[in-house]
Write a protein that binds this ligand. Structure first.
Ligand code: FMN
Length: 181
């Protein structure tokens, strides 16, 4: 199975990008994940399209999504919602001939402290994905609280219980993508 992973965080030591690396390490033989970060995407601006067309970087991401069997988005929560870079990417992608249309998509996330483990961001993200015509796995969920205790300083997942929960989620996701309910 061919997956794309999109991280909603730009920082090098992001725990959400680290979560996608942990997914990569858990994938069964024969499955792959192409991890995408959203560096270099300009702010969405229709005048830019008029002046110079759509950015090549967005076309490239759209193509990688189109080629995938499923997409996993790992999102942080900023201000109780989706980070601007992720929303911005979705705004651009909405102009690119529907790369998310009918795409089986999973949403996961990690945040700091004992708050909601990105629950609010994930629900806003599900709303955006509905507009993009993605089909989002309803359950199970991965809502990681206290990421500062579960990842190392480079953003690598170190907590075994979290890895187990992620493995359970991933098995459910792969089955769901395979069956295309
Ligand atoms: C601008 C900003 C806003 C944030 N807002 C929230 C929030 O609303 N809820 C939350 O749980 N954590 C919030 N946090 C803390 C993030 O959960 C934490 O920085 C997390 O590690 C970000 O994910 P990353 O490790 O992938 O970069 C915020 C952090 C920043 C920098």
């Amino acid at each position: 199975m061919k997956l794309v992973g999109i991280s909603g965080a730009l920082r090098k030591a992001s725990t959400n990008t680290g979560l996608l690396r942990a997914v990569r390490d858990l994938l069964p033989d024969g499955s792959t994940i192409d991890i995408i970060t959203l560096h270099g995407i300009p702010l969405f601006d229709e005048d830019v399209i008029e002046a110079s067309g759509k950015p090549a970087i967005v076309a490239d991401i759209a193509e990688r999504i189109r080629a995938a069997d499923g997409v996993i988005i790992a999102t942080p929560e900023y201000q109780f919602s989706v980070p601007g870079v992720l929303k911005n990417a979705h705004d651009w992608l909405s102009t690119m001939k529907a790369p998310f249309k009918w795409k089986r998509t999973g949403v996961i996330g990690a945040s700091a402290g004992a708050m909601a483990g990105t629950a609010r961001a994930q629900y806003h993200l599900r709303q955006n994905l509905q507009a993009l015509q993605a089909i989002v796995m309803p359950r199970p969920e991965v809502l990681i609280v206290h990421n500062e205790l579960k990842f190392d300083a480079d953003g690598n997942l170190t907590d075994e219980e979290t890895r187990q929960r992620l493995a359970t989620w991933l098995a459910a996701f792969l089955e769901w993508v395979e069956k295309k309910p």
